[in-house]
Design a protein around this ligand. Structure first.
Ligand code: PEP
Ligand code: MN
Length: 337
């Protein structure tokens, strides 16, 4: 339930209303929007007499939030959520450009790629140290050593860091090195992990599951936000369909749909979305044209020898060219790099 306070309601009144709602066993989440305090009361709302709540001092109105996801819905917060990471305000007019290798493979590789993507205009470096691989015999990542290398390489070129956390027990370790915690597609419904990252004071990049509906994806975001962490960035990375020419089917429909349903920023991963190097740039351009808040792109200086996802990794020169094109497209849709 959404409880709208009267404009100019005092802090004491807001706290009092929240406390009274909590006495019904509801959890109360507060947001300020256009000068108005909005309280999202979630839990079993059927035990409350909402007509009576509407008469409480300081309450202007109450409204049911019809969607199954509440705190991530536009009904709770009509204005876009903006998440600041390093030099980037994700969800603002500025596009979030995240780029880097699929996996951190070593010092020289990470530094070469960090320099290339920073020069091209990226502000956030990606790179996996703990990799979810289909085969147990494939490269699984360098672990904590990889996190250290990633942090050093990103710091050397003024970049923030996004990296995947595969397991709830890894959360404190990943949070020590990363600016953004990535929850991968395979873990989108790992509810224990979602709850754990919900307690961290760092943004979470929540990738869409391989076969998840938009509603399931937003419900997973709701799991994180319900634990107190409001800083969730959604990432469309392609879904499994009958099509086999591309690795996944990048669902660009999801961008305007999510934008209508939720106030959270949504970025696109055209690398996993296509799986094919020369299809990455066209889909990245399309994503920005469709209103995405940014891109996460795999870039490798020597993709033929990459330990994972070389076939979908851009060469640094291709990434530079893509960012130049994105700059042009951004201006058309009222955004900037
Ligand atoms: C990745 O970003 O390297 C990755 C494994 O992505 P996803 O979870 O989308 O497959
Ligand atoms: Mn990858």
């Amino acid at each position: 339930m959404l409880v709208l306070l009267e404009p100019g309601a005092s802090e004491a009144a807001a706290n009092d209303i929240a406390a009274r709602l909590r006495m019904f066993g509801l959890s109360v989440h507060r947001t300020e929007c256009d000068g108005q305090t909005r309280l999202g009361a979630v839990g079993d709302i059927t035990t409350v007499d909402w007509d009576a709540v509407r008469r409480w001092p300081g309450v202007a109105d109450t409204r049911r939030i019809p969607a199954p996801f509440k705190l991530v819905s536009r009904a709770f917060r009509p204005r876009d959520t903006v998440i600041t990471v390093g030099r980037c305000a994700i969800g603002s007019e500025q596009l979030a450009l995240m780029a880097g290798p699929c996996s951190v493979e070593g010092e020289a590789q990470a530094f070469a790629i960090a320099e290339a993507v920073a020069r091209a205009g990226a502000t956030i470096m990606r790179g996996g140290a703990y990799k979810p691989r289909t085969s147990p015999y494939s490269f699984q990542g360098l672990g904590e050593e990889g996190l250290k290398i990633l942090r050093r390489a990103a710091d050397a070129f003024g970049l923030a860091v996004v990296t995947e956390v595969m397991d709830s027990q890894q959360v404190p370790l990943i949070a020590r090195y990363a600016d953004i915690l990535q929850v991968g597609a395979r873990n989108m419904q790992n509810f224990a992990l979602l709850h754990e990252v919900g307690h961290v004071e760092k943004p979470v990049l929540l990738k869409r599951g391989l076969a998840s509906t938009i509603e399931e994806w937003l419900m997973s975001a709701e799991h994180i936000v319900s634990q107190g962490n409001r800083q969730v960035i959604l990432c469309e990375r392609g879904i499994r369909t009958f099509e086999t020419y591309t690795r996944n089917t990048l669902d660009l429909n999801a961008i305007p749909v999510v934008k209508e349903l939720s106030h959270l920023p949504v970025i696109v991963d055209p690398s996993h979305g296509t799986g094919i190097r020369d299809k990455v740039a066209p889909m990245a351009r399309a994503a920005i044209a469709a209103g995405a808040d940014g891109l996460i792109v795999e870039v490798h200086h020597d993709p033929d020898h990459a330990l994972s996802d070389g076939a979908q990794s851009l060469y640094p020169a291709q990434y530079r060219e893509l960012v130049d094109q994105i700059r042009t497209i951004a201006a058309v849709v009222g955004r900037r790099v």
